[in-house]
Design a protein around this ligand. Structure first.
Ligand SMILES: CC[C@H](O)CC(=O)C(=O)O
Ligand SMILES: [Mn+2]
Length: 337
């Protein structure tokens, strides 16, 4: 029986789909229920991580520190994780999250920019936190580059390094190749974070586990950016059938999905034309609502904006480019706004 540790990301990745409007009450209820279902880690932050609340990324309805505090209070089993993207979140944000009880930080960088995680990973270690290096948009780098960047994170003190398929663009063989290479090159744990834009989140997750990933992300009812992540309650059931232990009570997880998450979803978490286009074109899943709004504003098909963003290799942190790209497309197609 191998053991997989799952991090539930609906209260962070799902924040994109919720337009960052989680309330303290929602976070308390969801965290308590996940805790009772024995989910080992629960991530809580703005969708773009600590300090993400802004015009550029979307303003939070509630200060994320209040949400993190509520989660810490509601959990006596689950550990509370936060996400931090250097340049968006600061060392001060990290210290504040630690002070109010966050146990783990996932320091996220673009797949070729691991060097910017040094200070944050080292500080987290000094604070006694569990540390994760989170290599976003992993489909954009060849395997040797990914190894180089993962090794940097390992050298800064990451306890785990994640392959993050932010766009849901990777195919199962590509995931397997990446995880296998990291497993051979690193001594720390390897994790995998999927998005379901090409309906491959579960298949890719199983491919990752087969190659030795032991830390896996899921979102209950698929509540994550784009088409969501690997669906946690389904993953818990599949792994149980495979004889792989997660410790999660999947019966309780199904109840959370059905009775707590489904009623608060702004729409169903399914593979829409936009999320499918993101997986196809390799675009950041968190761009979905930004592209939808830009399409409305410029009378465009949101898929055209997403395809262009993919062509221009626009990455997280460049959300302002979505409007620029839409304005350019409208001008080129002589669309009046
Ligand atoms: C904007 C941060 C991003 O949502 C982190 C993440 O979950 C991913 O890259 O998939
Ligand atoms: Mn994600």
């Amino acid at each position: 029986m191998s053991k997989i540790k799952i991090t539930e990301v609906a209260l962070r990745d799902g924040s994109h789909a919720m337009s960052h409007q989680y309330t303290v009450e929602q976070v308390k209820t969801i965290t308590k229920a996940l805790n009772d279902a024995s989910v080992p880690y629960i991530e809580v932050s703005h969708g773009d991580g600590l300090g993400g609340s802004s015009i550029q990324y979307g303003l939070s309805g509630t200060d994320e520190l209040k949400l993190i505090e509520a989660a810490v209070e509601a959990a006596d089993f689950s550990k509370i994780a936060v996400l931090l993207i250097p340049g968006i979140g600061t060392i001060e944000d990290l210290k504040n999250a630690h002070r109010i009880g966050a146990d783990m930080v996932r320091v996220a960088t673009h797949v070729t920019e691991a060097d910017v995680s040094k200070q944050h990973l080292e500080t987290a270690k000094e604070l006694g936190m569990e540390t994760v290096g989170f290599l976003m948009m992993s489909h954009m780098a060849p395997v040797d580059k990914l190894i180089e960047q993962a090794k940097l994170m390992e050298s800064y003190g990451a306890d785990t390094v994640y392959v993050v398929d932010s766009a849901g663009a990777l195919l199962p063989d590509q995931v397997a190749e990446r995880i296998k290479a990291l497993r051979q090159a690193l001594t720390v744990d390897i994790g995998f974070h999927a998005h379901n834009n090409l309906s491959l989140a579960m298949g890719n997750t199983l491919a990752a586990i087969k190659q030795g990933a032991t830390r896996i992300d899921g979102s209950v009812r698929c509540l994550g950016a784009g088409a969501g992540n690997t669906q946690t309650e389904v993953l818990a059931a599949v792994l149980e059938k495979m004889g792989i232990e997660t410790g999660i009570d999947f019966y309780k997880m199904m109840d959370i999905a059905e009775n707590i998450i489904a009623p608060i979803l702004p729409g169903t978490q399914e593979i829409t034309k936009d999320s499918l286009t993101m997986g196809y074109a390799g675009v950041y899943s968190s761009f979905r609502l930004h592209a939808e709004r830009a399409a409305k504003r410029y009378n465009l098909d949101s898929r055209d904006i997403l395809i262009e963003l993919g062509k221009q290799k626009i990455v997280g942190g460049q959300e302002d480019m979505i409007i620029d790209v839409a304005a350019e497309l409208a001008k080129k197609n002589k669309i009046t706004v």
